[in-house]
Design a protein around this ligand. Structure first.
Ligand code: HEC
Length: 395
C-alpha cells in the first residue's frame, strides 16, 4: 500500500512539476524574447523619454502593445503583475518529486556502493547539503566578483567551473542517475534562489523607492540582470539533467560527470543561439553549430562497441543458466514478498512472462539490477541477451 501511494505521489508531483516548469520556462523565454525584440532608439525617434523600447505582437486573435520602462513610471494605473510563482512552484514540486523518488528510497536510488558506501541518512543529508551549499557558494561568487570591472565575464567563467566541480563531486558521491538529477536540482535551486533572494527583492526595493519619491539604487537592476542572464543559460542544461536520468547510456559511463557537463554545455550554446537570433545577429547560427558539434561528439564518444562476432556465433545458452543468473541477481528484489515495481521473477512462469522486460532492463538499458547491487557481470548480461534473442524459451 505504501509503495502504491508513493507511486501516486511520484506521478502527481511529476505532472505538476512538468506543468509549472513549462509555465516558468515559457514566461522566462517570452520575456527574454520580448527584451531582445523591442524596437529602440535611434530607429524609433517617437518614444517618450522614459520608454526604453516598444513592440507590437499578435496572439490568439488579439493585438498587444508592450513597452519597456527601465525604472518604474511614477504612476501605474492598474495592478502591477509579478512573475515569481512559476519559479517557486516549479522548485516546490521538483523538491517533492526528488523526495518521494530519491530521498525516500535512498539506499536504492541515491547510493551506489561501488561509488561511495553511505548509509541512507548520510546520503539524504549529503543530498540536501549539496543543494543548500550549491546555492550558497554560487551566491558568494556573484556577490564577490559580480560588481567588479568585467564582473559579468569573471562570474560567468567561475560559475561554469563551479558547475563542473559540483557535477564531479555528485558523480563521486551518488549513484549515476542521482548524480545527474542532483546536479540539475542544484542548478534549479540556484535559479529559484535568484528569483526569491535577488531578483524579486531588488524589484520590490526599486518600486518602494519610487513610490517614496526617491531614486532607486541601480545596483538592484544590475544584480537582477546578471542573475536573470544566468537563469536564461541554465534552463536548457537543467532540463537536460532532469530528463537524462532516464537514459543509462549517459549516466552509467565511468566519466559520467564529463558527459553531463558536455551535454549541459551543448544546451547552453543552443540557448545562446536563440538569444542571439532574437537580436537578428547574422552569426547566431555558429552557436547552434557549436552546440550540435558537442552533441555529435558525445554521441560518437559513447557509442557502444559492436558485439564481437565470436559472441554472435555462440549457441543459445541453456535455460538452466538463465534461471541461475536471474535467481542470483534479480530475485532478491523481485519475489512474492518484495515485488519492486510489481515485477516478480521467482518462478519459471513469471520469468518467461517478463522475458521482454528482463531483456530491456538488464541487457539493453542496463538499469537492472538496481545500481548493480547484486554484481551481475557483463558476460551474464550478454548471456541473457542471447537467450532472449534466440526466442526466450524454457528449453
Ligand atoms: C537491489 C534491488 C534490485 C535488484 C537486485 C533488481 N531490481 Fe529490478 N527493480 C528494483 C526496483 C527498486 C525497481 C523499481 C524501479 C523504479 O521504480 O524506477 C525495479 C524495477 C524493475 C523492472 C520494472 C521496470 C519498469 O520501469 O517497469 C524490471 C523489469 C526489473 N526491475 C528487472 C530486474 C532484473 C531483470 C533484475 C536482475 C538482472 C533486477 N531487476 C534486479 C530493484 C531491483
Amino acid at each position: 500500500m505504501e509503495t502504491y501511494l508513493l507511486d501516486w505521489a511520484n506521478l502527481l508531483f511529476r505532472w505538476a512539476h512538468v506543468i509549472t516548469a513549462v509555465a516558468w520556462i515559457g514566461s522566462s523565454f517570452y520575456f527574454v524574447w520580448l527584451d531582445d525584440s523591442l524596437e529602440r532608439r535611434p530607429a524609433r525617434t517617437d518614444l517618450p523619454a522614459d520608454v526604453d523600447g516598444e513592440l507590437w505582437s499578435v496572439h490568439g486573435g488579439g493585438f498587444y502593445n508592450a513597452r519597456k520602462f527601465l525604472t518604474p513610471p511614477a504612476h501605474i494605473p492598474g495592478p502591477l503583475h509579478w512573475f515569481y510563482w512559476e519559479s517557486y512552484s516549479t522548485w516546490l514540486t521538483g523538491f517533492g518529486l526528488l523526495t518521494v523518488l530519491y530521498l525516500f528510497n535512498a539506499t536504492s536510488f541515491l547510493v551506489d556502493k561501488s561509488v561511495a558506501d553511505w548509509s541512507a541518512p548520510q546520503a539524504v543529508g549529503l543530498a540536501l547539503g549539496y543543494l543548500v551549499a550549491g546555492w550558497a557558494v554560487y551566491d558568494l561568487i556573484c556577490r564577490t566578483f559580480g560588481q567588479m570591472k568585467r564582473g559579468d565575464a569573471i562570474v560567468g567563467v567561475l560559475v561554469a567551473l563551479y558547475v563542473v566541480g559540483a557535477s564531479w563531486l555528485a558523480a563521486h558521491w551518488f549513484a549515476g542517475r542521482a548524480a545527474f538529477v542532483l546536479t540539475g536540482a542544484m542548478l534549479a535551486t540556484i535559479m529559484s534562489g535568484n528569483v526569491l533572494m535577488v531578483i524579486i527583492p531588488g524589484q520590490r526595493k526599486s518600486v518602494a523607492a519610487l513610490q517614496a519619491g526617491r531614486k532607486p539604487d541601480p545596483i538592484h537592476g544590475k544584480r537582477g540582470k546578471q542573475r536573470s542572464v544566468h537563469n536564461t543559460f541554465f534552463t536548457l542544461p537543467v532540463v537536460f539533467a532532469m530528463l537524462s536520468n532516464h537514459y543509462s547510456m549517459v549516466w552509467a559511463h565511468p566519466l559520467n560527470w564529463l558527459v553531463l557537463d558536455l551535454l549541459m554545455a551543448a544546451g547552453a550554446l543552443i540557448r545562446i543561439y536563440f538569444v542571439k537570433r532574437h537580436t537578428a545577429d547574422p552569426g547566431a547560427w555558429r552557436w547552434a553549430a557549436a552546440g550540435v558539434a558537442v552533441l555529435l561528439g558525445v554521441i560518437a564518444w559513447l557509442a557502444p562497441a559492436p558485439p564481437s562476432s565470436a559472441a554472435a556465433e555462440l549457441p543459445p545458452p541453456s535455460y538452466a543458466e538463465v534461471r541461475r543468473i536471474v535467481g542470483e541477481r534479480c530475485v532478491l528484489c523481485h519475489n512474492a514478498q518484495l515485488a519492486s515495481k510489481g515485477v516478480m521473477l521467482h518462478t519459471s512462469e513469471l520469468l518467461l512472462g517478463h522475458a521482454q522486460q528482463v531483456y530491456q532492463m538488464a541487457v539493453v538499458q542496463k538499469l537492472m539490477p538496481m545500481n548493480n547491487a547484486t554484481g551481475i557481470t557483463e558476460d551474464e548480461r550478454a548471456l541473457l541477451g542471447r537467450w532472449y534473442l534466440a526466442g526466450a524459451k524454457a528449453d
